[in-house]
Design a protein around this ligand. Structure first.
Ligand code: FAD
Length: 503
């Protein structure tokens, strides 16, 4: 039997399971990586995401070669033509691939008609395998993040003191999520200059004239494991001490605040979740950092990230088609060109995403996704947009975060209530409203902030459904206090918004 290994673009780790299964004799096992231009034409992508993935693949191929592997790197239109030629050249009888994180690509591989046997090796880029998550989930009525996270802390012995959480509490949210103060001294993010390989990828993408979103340059992301480790190190020394405290704050001109910027690297395999968690735990012990920041960060990686991957594979393949609220409005055009909206919060964040491919969690959840939810945009349209716009977007993380958490389109499999909010929340957590032409205090005047009339219209439209979610009772009680006249004005603003130039 001659085994050949196909390394996919988001599997760039020397210990990934397909490579690891052959590492005892590297020279004997040919390896292939393929850049397919057809694949990236199926939907638009952020230009910088394409540069990141292809440049990281090219760098990883070099790394494998210098480590003794026999590597073929193919730049091609499709995947099948170079695969077939390589299989023939090396007389490969078994093609080994680590199981893709995304379902559609796994399906694609299963449907390939190649001249050899194809073997999928279980994915080891996550701490919980699909089976382990199923085993955890199968006996539970509700799949609560909090339960899963605590189980993860115990299972991997992270921030534990025997069987108790360090500090006596599992959750320090009360000390976290502070609104931004004036004149915050924020850390500078660590960025990189593009090297020769990255420049040649940028040139290729420009030549291909793809339908890309956002600005391809300046490109400043890391493209190697070494750079990804530097970003992690920079986070731990410069940002970690305030991560939790200002985790939810949004400030004009501050793209990254105290966030780690590691999701693009984790999602490609350039960083591994356990090394990130261990490094964070170690920093806590050696630097005596405040526990709220450390716990808040570990919760994201050990909790949320693993939970999202687990739910994606635990639910049916049609999870992404969910539409619990029956929302069908098209995505407003300004999502594709942020300068076209007068809503300052959306304009600031959308133009930031165009420039960088990045926004932090609360910008994504409470502004970009929240607006689509309360305005009644089709969950699938906003999910496609997120997929196109972000540097770290992949199917497994999009469906759960956008369809589940952001749009509540799964009817509450993942979240216990919709993340819907008016301008009040945005004003509390950011400085955006101060420079906006809309009136953040009004919900029914001609100049009322659209987040306000859409919010109350959303609650009214879905009153009956929302009643079934206990956690919405308080806001529904406030809805009842709005007079019929004011509610009619609110509803008319919401309806008319769609007839204007907005869609
Ligand atoms: C609508 C919406 C869309 C999102 N799209 C993506 C996406 O395309 N890709 C992506 O990786 N994350 C996505 N997230 C989750 C989260 O917003 C990003 O992981 C995070 O903002 C990345 O920035 P960071 O590395 O600076 O994260 P930090 O704030 O520094 O957090 C540390 C790490 O925790 C992990 N993490 C935290 N929350 C989540 C979560 N909900 N799901 C998965 N991982 C999490 C990430 O790996 C992240 O790098 C989305 C969230 C929402 C609400």
């Amino acid at each position: 039997m001659t085994i050949g290994i196909w390394v996919l673009g988001d599997q760039l780790w020397q210990q990934q399971s397909a490579l690891a299964s052959c590492k005892q004799d590297k020279k004997r096992y040919p390896v292939i990586l393929i850049e397919s231009s057809q694949y990236v034409q199926q939907r638009p992508y952020h230009g910088q995401k394409l540069v990141l993935v292809w440049s990281a693949m090219r760098h990883f191929a070099e790394e494998l070669k210098s480590d003794g592997w026999d590597v073929t790197y193919q730049i091609s239109e499709d995947f099948v033509t170079p695969l077939q030629a390589w299989i023939q050249e090396y007389r490969i009888t078994q093609l080994r691939v680590m199981t893709p994180s995304d379902r559609p690509f796994e399906q694609f591989i299963n449907n390939l008609d190649l001249n050899c046997n194809v073997s999928l090796i279980p994915n080891n880029h996550f701490l919980w395998s699909k089976q382990e998550f199923h085993d955890w989930a199968k006996s539970r009525k509700r799949l609560l993040l909090e339960d899963f996270y605590r189980q993860g802390r115990k299972r991997f012995n992270i921030l534990m003191d025997g069987d108790k959480p360090i500090g006596g509490k599992w959750n320090f949210d009360k000390q976290n999520r502070k609104p931004p103060k004036k004149n915050l001294a924020t850390p500078t993010a660590l960025w990189f200059e593009p090297d020769r390989i990255t420049i040649s990828v940028i040139e290729r993408i420009e030549e291909l004239k793809l339908n890309i979103y956002g600005k391809i340059e300046p490109f400043r992301w890391g493209v190697t494991r070494q750079q990804a480790k530097q970003v992690l190190g920079h986070f731990l020394t410069q940002c970690f001490s305030n991560f939790g405290t200002y985790q939810d704050a949004m400030v004009t001109g501050e793209d990254t605040l105290w966030h780690s910027l590691i999701s693009p690297y984790l999602n490609l395999g350039l960083l591994q979740p356990m090394e990130v968690i261990k490094a964070a735990e170690q920093a806590y012990h050696s630097k005596e950092l405040a526990l709220n920041n450390v716990e808040g960060f570990i919760r994201q990686v050990l909790g949320w990230r693993e939970y999202m991957y687990g739910i994606y594979h635990h639910t049916e393949a049609d999870y992404g088609d969910g539409n619990w609220f029956n929302h069908h409005h098209p995505l407003p055009q300004f999502y594709w060109d942020g300068a076209k909206t007068e809503m300052n919060c959306l304009r600031q964040i959308l133009t930031q995403v165009e420039r960088t491919g990045y926004a932090h969690h609360i910008q994504r959840l409470m502004v970009l996704s929240n607006f689509a939810l309360i305005a009644g945009v089709s969950p699938q349209e906003i999910e496609s947009w997120f997929h196109a716009a972000f540097i770290d977007a992949y199917d497994w993380v999009m469906q759960t975060n956008v369809i589940g958490m952001g749009q509540f389109a799964d009817g509450g499999k993942l979240a216990s209530k919709p993340y819907a909010a008016s301008a009040n929340y945005i004003n509390k957590m950011s400085d955006y409203c101060g420079n906006c032409t809309f009136d953040r205090t009004s919900r029914h005047s001609p100049n009322a902030c659209p987040f306000n009339f859409f919010y109350w219209d959303f609650l009214d439209r879905h009153r009956e459904k929302l009643k079934s979610l206990g956690r919405m009772n308080l806001v529904l009680a406030n809805l009842k206090k709005i007079s019929p006249e004011e509610l009619a004005q609110i509803k008319s603003l919401a309806e008319n918004w769609w007839t204007k130039e907005n869609c």
